[in-house]
Design a binder for this molecule. Structure first.
Ligand code: PMP
Length: 407
């Protein structure tokens, strides 16, 4: 796979990449937690607050109209990006966690005792806990697709778990802790054969892989803006229209109603039924700009370049010695989760931060994965299309130094 990423040009788009941290050039390898923000997105935020900050949808004045148009244009950008059939199927949320809770809350009306729902062992806590709460509420049973030593899903076990009792399956497209790309096409089609709906947590996939929700035939797909070069506090839930009509609203309030009387309230149509209250208007607009920016680079270019970084970093890191990498699937995004024998991940993270290198340490909100490997956590270096091989060299040197200091 070759790419057409002009790395110098790309890096110049991200003002933060030229700053120093602890006296060293910033090496930002915590992209799976939050990505950095290009100038076009920052400019869109400034322009919104300087030029047309106003509440949307009901205003008759010009500013309100401009803000409404920009916000709805962003919805259209997101629709086109994910290839949703209709704009009404794109619900703005505050992020992946919000999107999952919205669907889990809605399914309380769909499930009863004896029903089963299936999660995977590779999930982020935000794709576990809302469903446990749903099961407590409804009496449905939570089943878990186990993982293998390479950090992949045990698909044989998935097939055995599926039954006519299965009503819903929810798995991530890409694991945040390990980077494994899960076989969601198979999961979706097999679940559908049993009549079960499928929610895919796309938080970690969306920055690297362009999902086509119609081709996937997925029922729900959720993402966060801040992992896709957009701002925090905004995300999108894609839901098939038939499901969004069936599910009850998540929150009550302004924007989501048609008529309100003390006797009875009727709800607005889609997407507003799920968008109670004043939304993150600026965030939605900026998220749209981030999506345009990523598409300008091209997702195939992004994936090809990031794969080069992953291969290079894996080789260099293993050469340090005593390195254990968790998540060794051949299908993975540019994430390396590792430990060095006898050293706590937190200590490595702390030392390399002093050298300007940002990684994440800990359980990555995926404690069941850490329990599987019987470890307290890992060091996670997650790469983006604006990272370089030179940064990887600096990171590997820093890890070597940490190893010597801590051994
Ligand atoms: N799912 C996955 C796979 C994630 O990586 C994250 C963020 N780390 C989330 C869900 C939650 O996303 P947010 O905090 O933006 O709601």
């Amino acid at each position: 796979m070759s790419h057409q990423i002009d790395i110098e040009k790309v890096r110049a788009d991200f003002p933060i990449l030229s700053r120093k941290v602890n006296g060293h050039p910033l090496v930002y390898f915590d992209n799976a937690a939050t990505s950095q923000t290009p100038k076009v997105v920052i400019d869109a935020i400034v322009e919104y607050y300087e030029q047309y900050n106003a509440n949307i949808h009901r205003g008759v004045h010009s500013l309100s109209q401009e803000a409404t148009d920009a916000y709805e244009q962003a919805r259209e950008t997101l629709r086109a990006h994910f290839n949703a059939a209709k704009k009404e199927e794109i619900i703005f949320t505050s992020g992946t966690t919000h999107g999952i809770n919205l669907v889990a809350n809605g399914f309380a009306s769909q499930l009863k005792a004896g029903d089963e729902v299936i999660v995977s062992a590779l999930e982020h806590h935000s794709n576990i806990v809302p469903w446990q709460m749903l099961c407590e509420k409804t009496g449905a049973q939570l089943k878990v697709i186990p993982m293998t030593n390479s950090g992949e899903l045990a698909m044989d076990a998935f097939h055995e778990l599926l039954s006519d009792k299965t009503k819903l399956v929810f798995v991530n497209h890409v694991s945040n802790a390990l980077g494994t790309i899960n076989p969601i096409e198979t999961i979706i089609s097999e679940a559908h054969k049993k009549g079960a709906a499928v929610l895919i947590d796309g938080a970690q996939a969306a920055p690297h892989i362009k999902a086509d929700v119609q081709a996937l035939d997925v029922d729900f797909y959720v993402v966060s803006g801040h992992k896709m070069c957009g701002p925090t506090g905004v995300g999108v839930l894609y839901g098939k229209e038939e499901w969004l009509i069936k599910l009850p609203p998540y929150q009550g309030g302004g924007e989501m109603i048609d008529q309100v009387t003390f006797e009875k309230t009727t709800y607005a149509g889609l997407p507003h039924k799920f968008e109670a209250g004043t939304p993150n208007i600026c965030g939605g607009i900026a998220f749209g700009k981030a999506i345009e920016y990523l598409n300008g680079l091209g997702f195939e270019n992004i994936a090809a370049y990031e794969h080069e970084l992953l291969t290079y970093a894996t080789e260099q890191l293993l050469a340090v010695g005593d390195v254990m990498i968790y998540g060794t699937s051949s299908e993975k995004t540019a994430v390396i989760s590792f430990n060095i024998e006898g050293i706590h991940p937190y200590d490595i993270g702390t030392i390399i931060d002093k050298l300007g290198i940002a990684v994440r340490t800990g359980h990555h909100c995926a404690q069941p994965i850490m329990d599987y490997y019987k470890i307290p956590g890992t060091v996670r270096a997650s790469f983006s299309f604006y990272n370089t091989k030179e940064e990887i060299d600096a990171f590997v040197q820093a890890v070597k130094r940490a190893k010597i200091m801590l051994s």
